[in-house]
Design a protein around this ligand. Structure first.
Ligand code: TPP
Ligand code: SF4
Ligand code: MG
Length: 240
């Protein structure tokens, strides 16, 4: 995804407040040496960008903090969690496409209620992160994502956009770029590929008046990815 937009930020950088940028600066070596929260041995393709992105996002969690992970179905979900095996070191909830946003918003609400009643240890911090592919996020799960963002739950929704419905054979999604050659928009004598521009979902989510929206890439700038992930995780409210 193009590294072009940071729609809304709070005035002080969360990276500075939380450590990565503020306490001695960002050092790639320190960051990559943190314990992995997505274990090896899953069945994603070797070198798949989705797992690289997930590991990078999860490294932004501070040591000692717990996470509850939601995951819309798609390559990441079907290949990292095959009951009874899981590659996820944190609590993990399998979701259908349609309810990934709703599930984590419900868990976050339950967490808040239990904390308020003193039913959870005060010293433990949980963060709520949902992952979804572009098909699961831009298209099929859009309504529950929109609801979770609009209600302002204290959670982060991470879309890994690989440009199509990869798990089922490269069908176009509304994130697929114009003219892309996919199995449902084949380039050939009858067609020039996908005829529509990609949906600007980040702008749409920003219009939900959420706390923080960012886009980044994992092919160029790991520092940018790390700082934005940390900021999203440690900024209160709904972040995308
Ligand atoms: C409601 C529903 N429709 C279709 C499917 C079949 N399906 C499973 S994975 C997948 C592709 C997901 O694409 P995306 O969200 O972009 O993730 P990727 O596979 O690209 O990582 C589809 C269409 C499904 N599981 N549920
Ligand atoms: S097919 Fe799925 S697991 Fe393989 S590289 Fe593509 S997104 Fe990753
Ligand atoms: Mg995809």
């Amino acid at each position: 995804m193009e590294n072009r937009t940071e729609y809304k930020t709070d005035s002080q950088s969360a990276a500075q407040a939380c450590g990565a940028g503020g306490q001695g600066g960002y050092r790639l070596k320190d960051w990559v040496n943190q314990p992995e929260r997505l274990a090896p041995g899953h069945r994603m393709c070797a070198g798949c960008g989705a797992t690289i992105g997930v590991r990078a996002v999860l490294r932004a969690l501070h040591p000692g903090d717990h996470a509850v992970i939601g995951n819309a179905t798609g390559c990441l979900e079907v290949s990292s969690y095959m009951y009874p095996y899981t590659a996820w070191e944190d609590s993990y909830i399998h979701n259908a496409f349609e309810n990934a946003g709703a599930t984590l918003s419900g868990v976050e609400t339950a967490y808040k209620a239990l904390k308020k009643r003193g039913r959870l240890p005060k010293e433990e911090t949980f963060k709520f992160i949902t992952f979804g592919g572009d098909g699961g996020t831009y298209d099929i799960g859009f309504q529950s994502l929109s609801g979770a963002m609009e209600r302002g739950h204290d959670m982060v929704y991470v879309c890994y956009d690989n440009g199509a419905y990869m798990n089922t054979g490269i069908q176009r999604s509304s994130a697929t770029p114009m003219y892309a050659d996919t199995t449902t928009t084949p380039v050939g004598s009858e067609s020039d590929g996908k005829m529509q521009n990609r949906k600007d979902l980040s702008a749409i989510i920003a219009d939900h008046d959420v706390s923080y929206v960012a886009q980044t890439t994992l092919t160029q700038d790991f520092k940018d990815l790390h700082l934005k992930a940390e900021k999203a995780i440690y900024t209160e409210g709904a972040c995308f």
